[in-house]
Design a protein around this ligand. Sequence first.
Ligand code: M6R
Length: 608
Amino acid sequence: MCGIVGYIGNRKAIPVLLSGLSKLEYRGYDSAGVAINENGKLRVEKCKGRLTSLEERLKTENLDGGMGIGHTRWATHGEPNDINSHPHISQSGEIAVVHNGIIENYIQLKEFLVERGYNFKSDTDTEVVAHLVEHYYKGDLLDAVMKVIDEIEGSYALGVLSKDNEDMFVCARKDSPLVIGLGDGENFIASDIPAILEYTRNIYILEDKEVAVMTKDSVKVFNSLGAPVKKEVFKVNWDVEAAEKGGYEHFMMKEMYEEPKVIRDTFSPRIINGELKLDNINITKEEIDNLQKIYIVACGTAYHAGVVGKYIIEKLCKIPVEVDVASEFRYRDPLITDKDLTIIISQSGETLDTLFALREAKNKGSRILSIVNVVGSSIARSSDDVLYTWAGPEIAVASTKAYNTQLTALYLVALDFALKKGTISKEEADNILASLKEIPAGIEEILKDKENIQKFAHRHYNAKSIFFIGRSLDYALSMEGSLKLKEISYIHSEAYAGGELKHGTIALIEKGTLVVCPMTQDSLFDKMVSNIREVKARGAVVLAITQQRHKEELEKTADLVLTIPDVDSLIAPISAVTPLQLFAYYMALEKGCDVDKPRNLAKSVTVE
Ligand code: M6R
């Protein structure tokens, strides 16, 4: 939610800010803006719309200067318009602020400031920060920002520029991500690493309530008490190309094509001479034996991966598992204890609800094992054990390759626990691992066959409502297929357990209603065939997705059968999701939607 970037050095700031913002647009894209200090004068340009609108505007303005801050917005307070865009400026025009997060006590702070003569121009929560910094500013910008962060409640990543300070700016964070890039005679801040990766690989990751003073030759970090903090340099080991489209029309397609590689990257280093060895997972056999329950907590696509996790952990490890949506879990006072393990799943590692759910579980004594994609993210740093999904940067708002790797990681955890607990034999584990190793090649085959899905999408993109039905792991898969479709094609869709449809929702099935049926579970195949007959009897058009071995049989019932290479039912969701992702992609494309940046969404949800 919102991207911020900042620069100080010998280059002109504007091109650095714009290039950084272009890499952060996935975080929000309803407006954008920049502020620079040009010879002791603050100059601000901002406007509603995508970054390209700001770039157009900047062509006619000659904004010079080597220090500035920039912002790309996902609106929380106040509609997307020019005035609500960031940066926000203080009363005197001498302080400029960019912000990611939500200031929860902004109404009280606004009243305080209004009483003291401050006039508000925007509807945002952020504007209070600009005025408050001015209120406390007595010539020391760091001191003023420290006072402000002492007063504001909620989440923030902030970049603060002042007119008086031509050679320094200040940044701070709490519960919203912010990294500092260290250059030679130049330094950077950004909400995410890709924004500054073309300039530096040396990064400081700011911790909650840390504040930094940025000059071109130094970065000084302080804790909330004002004491200096010695930071460790984190070296980024991936390339900037990983966050670029590389010839594909959309990031989403590029990321689907990366699935075979990233699945391999997630399991290969963890199978050494046929033995499963999970790095950074230190939970012992004794602790696993004594677990009462496992909670899996996540949001969106990561939550759907968690639903698959529930099925497989219960099946392989014989440990009861509850799966929760993070925003529910954190407020429902869960009955979690130190005898339970919490598995947190997150691509970004920064999703606010998930992070707070983690804290809730931790406060109640639970051990935290997280499955995270972004190294050094808040969730990773707050966990006892971390299993990284090596999916690389995922830029498209719709999550694809991250999901496949989350599933891969969950299978590895389930197998590791089951082996330690003795609920499966080494031979059974080897068979599952052998199936896992076949998945990447299977997805390569699925991707070769994508035209079939495209043709089907071409015929059906005008559908008003689509149902996904499946049983067991296919029900979990249906949820993900349905979410993917609605988030990028804006077609209403719902996922149901195959047996549940007739308890009400079947009333909505009429002539021509499209029903998508993942059918990868051999033991439930016949039950699903009956469900297909039920919907077809009411006029539905059925798209089924199954293993090659069921094709002939299924073609007798479904209207179109898409196949995935033969794979064991237990492991099938990892490859069976790819046709669902392709289906959503082509439906969105046919409808002319912006596949990578769907309306109202942002990649990283760092607000409640
Ligand atoms: O970064 P996270 O995995 O924590 O994000 C969770 C969800 O916000 C995310 O999966 C979202 O649902 C995606 N847009 C789905 O494609």
